[in-house]
Write a protein of this length. Structure first.
Length: 331
């Protein structure tokens, strides 16, 4: 037992330490919620300017500038289907403010099929916010005399040597979705990979390929112009952009799938900054002007928390990993 003179000092010290602990806890909480950005934020996109992912980054980036009080710059790093950007972002020092906007091809498919991927989506990155999703559209050439999905499947069974399905790139999500359609419908599907959506659509419109699968925002303008016919949309409900087109399930095939764009932070970024960015991006996605700009670009905006984003990614991997692995696809 301590001598009597020491007891008040010990109690006083304990009290001071307790107060200091509470103050520290309060300060930490405040930092997580109100961390300030004093240098520009860079949003890295693994594709050239003009594509869907690039458009998303620019819409959100413009809104983030006002909320964070620093310039937000979109940095296009095309190459290797988006993998080059991921390989660079994962090594970002903690002192730099960097986000990557990526899609499933980069964060789900590539780690499954590339042996030299050089990044691990679970250990090198932290999911921040899931901001939009998109459907896949199955379309036919105007030269093909079918107007419903069940008629197309019957034609494919009767003409297996002609039933080629074009996709914008081998190893892309449309590629694997095309395989999903064939497997679900028990139809032998020959997938033909193109070097982008533009040559694919040119061949579809011209009748050089009878069927195409691509993202909705790419195919809808051709459908609206009467240059191609979308027979089904991959979402769980009809698309507001083509409300006349049924979902696959409505058309008789029990199948649904979507793609997405999600913001990721490098694992080096301090937790408080990640949490702050998640909150601010959620606020941006709730903004009516942001939602209008997404819809005007043919994309569906999503408002999500960091926890909801992580849950979505887990469910998505569980759906797509077996499809990719079963395909035997080798780059």
């Amino acid at each position: 037992m301590l001598p009597t003179p020491f007891r008040p000092i010990t109690r006083r010290l304990a009290g001071l330490l307790a107060i200091a602990g509470l103050a520290t806890a309060f300060a930490t909480g405040a930092t997580a919620a109100e961390v300030k950005f004093d240098t520009p934020l860079r949003i890295v996109v693994g594709y050239a300017p003009g594509g869907a992912t690039d458009r998303v980054a620019r819409i959100v980036g413009d809104k983030l500038t006002a909320r964070l009080g620093v310039p937000v710059v979109v940095d296009n790093k095309p190459g290797a289907g988006g993998r080059l950007a991921a390989q660079q972002v994962k090594t970002t020092p903690a002192s730099q403010n960097v986000l990557m906007l990526a899609n499933p091809a980069v964060m789900i498919v590539a780690p499954l099929v590339f042996k030299d991927n050089n990044y691990d989506p679970d250990h090198d990155f932290v999911p921040v916010s899931y901001v939009n999703d998109y459907n896949f559209a199955l379309a036919v050439s105007p030269t093909l005399p079918v107007r419903e999905l069940n008629h197309l499947l019957a034609w494919m069974r009767a003409n297996p040597n002609q039933a080629n399905v074009g996709v914008p790139a081998t190893g892309s999500l449309p590629h694997f979705f095309g395989l999903m359609v064939g497997e679900k419908a028990k139809v032998q599907t020959q997938v033909i990979g193109y070097r982008g959506s533009a040559p694919l659509l040119n061949d579809l419109i011209g009748g050089q390929i009878p069927i195409a699968v691509d993202t909705e925002d790419v195919v809808v303008p051709q459908h609206t112009a009467g240059k191609a016919r979308i027979l089904a949309i991959s979402g769980t409900k009809r698309s507001p952009f083509v409300p006349d087109v049924p979902t696959f399930k409505e058309a008789g095939l029990d199948l649904a799938a979507t793609g997405w764009n999600t913001f990721f932070a490098p694992a080096s970024m301090p937790k408080e900054k990640v949490e702050r960015l998640a909150v601010v991006i959620r606020e941006v996605m709730q903004d009516a002007d942001t939602q209008r700009k997404f819809k005007d670009s043919g994309m569906t905006p999503v408002v999500s928390t960091q926890a909801q984003t992580a849950a979505m990614l887990k469910a998505y991997r569980a759906q797509w990993a077996p499809v990719v692995q079963k395909s035997g696809y080798q780059p």
